[in-house]
Design a protein around this ligand. Structure first.
Ligand code: NOJ
Length: 548
């Protein structure tokens, strides 16, 4: 098995504010999370990715940081955080945190100082222009909620650059002091005991922005510097980057032209995410096959992080207009389900009509495809969304723990909750909650526990190669395999409602004692690989061989 822990990890992503509230003030906190670590350990999670934990005015769910060296007082203290790291480690769970250093909040003392005077030591920490940049209406990330990327600041009497909302001024990566500060922030948290960072908005961090030049050069060298720094401070620390860019750009994020993986360890596989959703919508395997074929080869140590849902909208911008239309039609037909013209602001269960078979199929696919799986809190119990909330808040409602008031999330008055708990109807906490599913061995939660246990017996998935197997099969059935020094696994997934059959005889010689290790139903043991059946929306994980 690979000694790189992240290739065998199961990552669970959560927002502290909406996970568990221990003191009844309506906002989730670190102590609440500590109280739920046993739940996460039982689920099989081995790494938590915490959405921003720092003090913040909270205008972008914490992605507008006002102090990088502390935790949001609503969540607790640094002492509580150290305790969390200790308690998580006791259960074999690592913790990585969001590192949001493309920008700060406009309330950050650095920005307040920078705007106040040309002599401020922080003036050059941000990106300014004396005149209105000609490209100020280009490159917005949140169309509809943002109409420019340069805003005039009356105090500074200058324009400042902000790739995201105007309350998120970009830091100036060209300034060596900024680079040094980012390294210091990383070192601080590593010293406390985090195992790495989910790096926010990496393509924008390394942008060497100049007013009027929307095609600014990218400073990939900074990623090599940062990797080296992080690795010296903690040898097993990992960088997991958000870089939603064209496939041909991806290799540069992993490493330099020499072919060594000397930059980011793991990148979210945005392309596979969009193609998976398209494949599920069309009930056609072709988009997944395309994604497996078209993604670049990774340098040694490079790893994909796969996901179906995260805390943002599902970004369909890399699909063609026609593909996007098909996905919208199936999974986000109403305007209120869509966001920024490019995405869907729904959880997976409502997207799939709360169809248990399709949910299992989708997550079986995600967890068996190459890379390290990342699971968003609440998906394991099939939580729904609240489309009455603004933008991405629809999918950021509190975790549903039980049938207690507020779904067991908090004892506060419902009007004081950070966001309302989903109540009533098929996704309300009365129906969908962790306690109820714990007591039901046929629940989605129990299925996730079983599936993750099986994943842990299948190191080939995280550490091995992942290839599409081209055998005679109907359009809706995908066959892929994972190979590593430990053995070989084969996976059959039926994206369509119609039961089907695949001819695996060409692989027979390669399989020693083929048997199902996970499947949607009991199938007769394959014994040898020939023609095998798979039910509508069915799946089979077949161990072909074990060598170590
Ligand atoms: C990407 C994060 O995922 C998103 O939630 C946030 O709004 C932007 N970066 C800005 O930090």
């Amino acid at each position: 098995m690979s000694d790189r822990w992240y290739s065998q990890a199961v990552v669970y992503c959560l927002d502290i504010d909406s996970f568990a509230d221990s003191d009844g003030d309506g906002c989730g906190d670190i102590r609440g999370l500590i109280g739920r670590l046993d739940y996460l350990a039982r689920l099989g999670v081995t790494c938590l990715w915490l959405n921003p934990i720092h003090p913040s005015p909270g205008k972008d769910d914490g992605y507008d940081v006002s102090d990088f060296y502390n935790v949001d007082p609503r969540f607790g203290t640094l002492g509580d955080f150290a305790e969390l790291l200790h308690q998580a480690a006791n259960r074999g769970i690592k913790v990585i945190i969001d590192l949001v250093v493309n920008h700060t909040s406009d309330q950050h003392p650095w920005f307040q100082s920078a705007r106040s005077s040309p002599d401020s030591p922080y003036r050059d920490w941000y990106v300014w222009s004396e005149t209105a940049p000609s490209d100020r209406n280009q490159g917005m990330v949140f169309p509809g909620e943002q109409d420019e990327t340069w805003t005039y600041d009356r105090t500074a009497k200058l324009w400042y650059y902000h790739r995201f909302y105007k309350f998120q001024p970009d830091l100036n990566i060209k300034n060596p002091e900024v680079r040094a500060e980012i390294k210091k922030i990383c070192a601080f948290w590593l010293q406390l005991g985090v195992s790495g960072f989910r790096m926010d908005a990496v393509p924008f961090i390394i942008e060497r922005t100049e007013p009027g030049d929307p095609t600014a050069p990218m400073d990939f060298g900074f990623l090599s510097e940062l990797r080296q720094h992080v690795q010296w401070r903690r040898g097993d620390a990992v960088l997991l980057a958000e870089a939603n860019v064209e496939p041909e750009m991806l290799p540069g994020y992993f490493g330099d032209d020499g072919g060594s993986g000397n930059r980011i360890h793991m990148l979210f596989d945005f392309m596979l995410n969009a193609k998976l959703v398209l494949a599920l919508a069309r009930q056609d395997t072709e988009p997944i096959i395309d994604a497996l074929r078209d993604t670049p080869k990774l340098p040694d140590g490079g790893q994909w992080a796969t996901f179906l849902r995260n805390h943002d909208e599902i970004d369909l911008s890399r699909l063609t207009a026609e593909q996007r239309k098909d996905v919208f039609e199936k999974f986000g037909p109403e305007e209120r389900m869509q966001l920024y013209g490019r995405g869907i602001r729904r959880r997976l269960a409502p997207m799939l009509g709360n169809d248990r078979k399709r949910l299992e199929l989708a997550y079986s696919l995600q967890f068996s495809l190459r890379g390290t799986p990342v699971l968003r809190y609440g998906e394991e119990i099939g939580m729904g969304d609240d489309l009455s909330l603004d933008g991405r808040n629809a999918i950021r409602t509190p975790m549903q723990w039980s049938q207690l008031p507020n779904g067991g999330f908090s004892s506060a008055d419902p009007k004081d909750l950070v966001r309302p708990v989903i109540s009533g109807g098929e996704f309300g906490f009365e129906q969908v909650n962790a306690t109820r599913q714990r007591h039901d061995s046929s629940s989605l939660l129990s299925w996730f526990e079983r599936m993750i246990r099986t994943l842990k017996e299948s190191p080939e998935i995280g550490s091995g190669s992942c290839t599409h197997v081209d055998v005679p099969a109907p359009r809706g059935i995908l066959v892929h395999r994972a190979d590593a020094a430990t053995g070989a696994m084969l996976f059959v997934h039926n994206l369509s409602a119609k039961a089907g059959e695949v001819d695996l005889s060409s692989l027979a010689e390669d399989a020693e004692f083929p048997n199902d290790v996970l499947a949607d139903q009991d199938y007769p043991d394959p014994d040898k690989l020939d023609s095998i059946k798979v039910g509508g929306y069915g799946y089979r994980w077949i161990r072909m061989r074990r060598t170590a």
